[in-house]
Write a protein that binds this ligand. Structure first.
Ligand code: IMP
Length: 426
């Protein structure tokens, strides 16, 4: 993705999240100076396998595993300070040194315990199947202009005033929701007083850091979380997360202009998964879904929930190519399909006997569409040892060619396993 004219690249999930962005970011981070998270929060779970070790990163950019990379948590992220430091301490305990190379935007909004209480108590969240990490309520407060930002912790008295008001409001809402649990103001004061001395020294204008970096010729990777179909504007609303997961959100959430971005890599699984509720047109309900889940180890990295599994949905990825402006695709988990004699690919949707062509905006319509499948021959050989495209069985290459044709963006990477070396650069 990086060449002498490409300095700033966004990596996004192009389906419903869990496509393996963490792994791609980890591999690409070898070539960059800065990695920036730009939206979402502790709802994300970016899994990276290095040698014998596995890391699951929720809020810290996946670039942290490379000692010379500076990592930034951008203004578009909602930061849960408690889990952020737990994650950080966990990394330090495993020999990662983040000193002097991990910073947080002073403009990022804070996820407080009352946000998590509200998320878990809300019937709406339960219908959507949220991760319960307080993401929706924190973004609601941000856009309702009653959020608390990282920079607010510089003045503890002001932060306490804000907390007093917000906790009271949250408790009123909890009362209206009919739940007995209440947020404890004293515990919020204690939390903020305890964490502010650690967080404030990390608080900077991250947009300025990225801007200066690019001006000095440094390479920047903007690391998306979740996937395009979970975008609050472009996803399967209301079964979405509360941020702009698509590439447009990268400029806003990292604090740079859109013209600074040179390329967008969309990560897709060779099949489709979704965790949480909402339509999933190519879901395999005939035992094959179970098989995909078993072979792919498809359980949520954050919540452990089983992921719903199905076949590659080209309507979704075509749409994703358009709304993200994807300049390349990374196809992950090709090896999970190694044993299937035949592999269906959803090429289009059919609604009341007519081809849809495009992604419907209305979930009620999406729930009614029937995918049109093309069945491709499987390869029934292991691909995990392939290191070049030429090492793949011809049927696997034909499968990838078909995905590329249907999606409308070139495949730049193919991954055939969890390890760093199991990635093919096309
Ligand atoms: P929230 O982001 O916790 O509010 O959850 C909203 C929806 O997005 C739910 O369906 C979640 O399962 C889904 N979601 C949130 N984060 C991720 C992720 O990192 N991977 C996959 N799904 C996610």
């Amino acid at each position: 993705m990086f060449d002498p004219k490409t300095y700033c690249v966004v990596v996004v999930g192009a389906q419903w999240g869990d496509e393996g962005k963490g792994k791609l970011v980890d591999v690409l981070a070898e070539k960059v100076d800065l990695v920036v998270r730009y939206q979402g929060g502790a709802n994300a779970g970016h899994t990276v396998v290095t040698g014998e070790s596995q890391f699951i990163l929720q809020q810290i950019p996946s670039g942290i595993l490379h000692p010379r990379v500076t990592c930034l948590v951008g203004n578009g992220v909602v930061l849960d300070p408690e889990t952020f430091f737990t994650e950080l301490d966990g990394l330090v305990a495993r020999g990662i040194d983040p000193k002097g190379r991990l910073f947080v935007s002073e403009r990022a909004h804070l996820v407080m315990p009352y946000h998590k209480l509200l998320d878990r108590a809300s019937e709406k969240s339960q219908n959507i199947g949220t991760t319960g990490r307080g993401i929706g309520p924190t973004y609601e407060d941000k856009y309702g202009r009653r959020g608390i930002r990282v920079g607010d912790l510089r003045h503890l008295e002001t932060a306490r005033g804000l907390l007093r008001e917000r906790v009271e409001r949250a408790n009123q809402l909890l009362g209206l929701m009919g739940v007995a649990e209440r947020a404890d103001l004293g515990a919020h004061f204690e939390l903020v007083a305890r964490l502010a001395p650690r967080l404030v020294p990390l608080a900077v204008d991250t947009g300025l850091v990225v801007h200066r970096g690019l001006r000095e010729g440094r390479r920047v990777l903007l690391e998306g979380a979740q996937g395009a179909l979970l975008d609050v504007d472009h996803g399967t609303y209301p079964f979405v997360t509360s941020s702009n997961t698509t590439a447009g959100g990268a400029a806003v959430g990292a604090g740079i202009g859109p013209t600074a971005i040179d390329g967008v890599l969309g990560v897709v699984k060779a099949y489709t998964t979704r965790v949480g509720n909402g339509p999933l047109p190519t879901e395999a309900t005939d035992g094959m879904g179970e098989e995909l889940r078993r072979l792919g180890g498809e359980f949520g990295a954050v919540t452990g929930r089983p992921r719903r599994c199905g076949w590659f949905d080209a309507t979704v990825v075509r749409y994703s190519v358009r709304v993200n402006g994807l300049t390349g695709l990374a196809v992950t988990k090709l090896d999970v399909l190694d044993s299937f004699p035949e592999i269906p690919v959803g090429t289009d949707y059919v609604l009341d006997g007519h081809a849809c062509g495009e992604m419907p905006a209305d979930v009620r319509v999406l729930e009614r569409v029937k995918p049109h499948y093309e069945v491709l021959p499987g390869w029934r050989k292991p691909t995990t040892g392939a290191r070049r495209l030429a090492d793949l069985p011809p049927q696997a290459r034909a499968y990838l060619d078909r995905l590329e044709d249907l999606s409308g963006a070139p495949i730049r990477y193919v991954s055939v396993g969890t390890r760093r070396d199991q990635i093919i650069e096309v």
